[in-house]
Design a protein around this ligand. Sequence first.
Ligand code: PHE
Length: 363
Amino acid sequence: MTDQSELDRLEAEFTTAIGDALDEATLEDVRIAALGKKGRVSELMKGLGKMTPEERKEMGPKLNGLKDRLNEALAARKSALKEAALEARLATEKVDVTLPVRDSALEQGRIHPLSQVYDEVIAIFADMGFAVEQGPDIETDRYNFTALNFPEGHPAREMHDTFYFEPGEDGSRLLLRTHTSPVQARTMEAGKPPFRFVAPGRTYRCDSDQTHTPQFHQIEGLVIDEETHMGHLKWTLEEFLRAFFEVEGVELRFRPSFFPFTEPSMEVDVRCARLGNEIRIGEGDDWLEILGCGMVHPNVLKNCGVDPEKYQGFAFGMGIDRIAMLKYGIPDLRAFFESDLRWLRHYGFAALDVPTLAGGLSS
Ligand code: PHE
């Protein structure tokens, strides 16, 4: 027979252990220690069989009462632990639906203004039926100069501030193309007239200041057919510049100039207003040089296997960086190549806004 004080101590001990259990696994251990097969309360209950009927009558209800109270305490603690675990999970997993939606990477990324202008220019010329051609950045003297009617030793070669490679065994030097015009020669040589294409790409000259970088971009245009004349050239450039600057009243001025590969040669200025740091295209009474062009020299056609008695046409070349600066009011060309994220966020374009004539070039 166990006396009352011992039962009380047992009850107090388990009640405390139940209250102290901080998770369900510990609580289960307490239950087993008290009420499991070999638990302390269970052992006491096994002892009932050996008691006299009187003793059993007294101890039976006491032990059953103890067992019931411990079971109750266990159940209460278990549901309290469950609730606390849920509370804790809710607290960490809570979502504040009032927070603004964060931009995804696609929306944060920016298209470089040069890539944007590249795409705009190609979209406009593609709409006019021009193909896109390409050539290598590393060129031979022949394609960069000789085929384009630059005579050997002609001062025009010096005008280009060419980057040359070390001479090869035969003494010839490769170079970084100084303009996109070699693509004229390569494409004509490889194909058959008529030709109508633009050739955008990288170009290089040994030059660096606010409006010149050693590497820059040009877009070449070439149209060769049997009756292509200067009126076509003028119309093409006007149409292009109107579409590109998204200004109806673009006005051009053709000034006589010199390029070995065109005759006559012209430089084209656009009417603009200069207001402090700002340049507005299509208004005011200032002029800004924007591209070079002309009628393809018969020698160039001959050099590239095209019969100048039958075919004629025009060519033009334009600085992509330059027209990008003008259109988007970017004052310093060097910033294009500095990879400054703050600059890119300011001047860049949203990745999903692909320029098309129908959908808008730059909006
Ligand atoms: N290639 C010339 C330059 O870089 C531009 C040009 C191209 C001029 C085609 C006339 C015709 O300056």
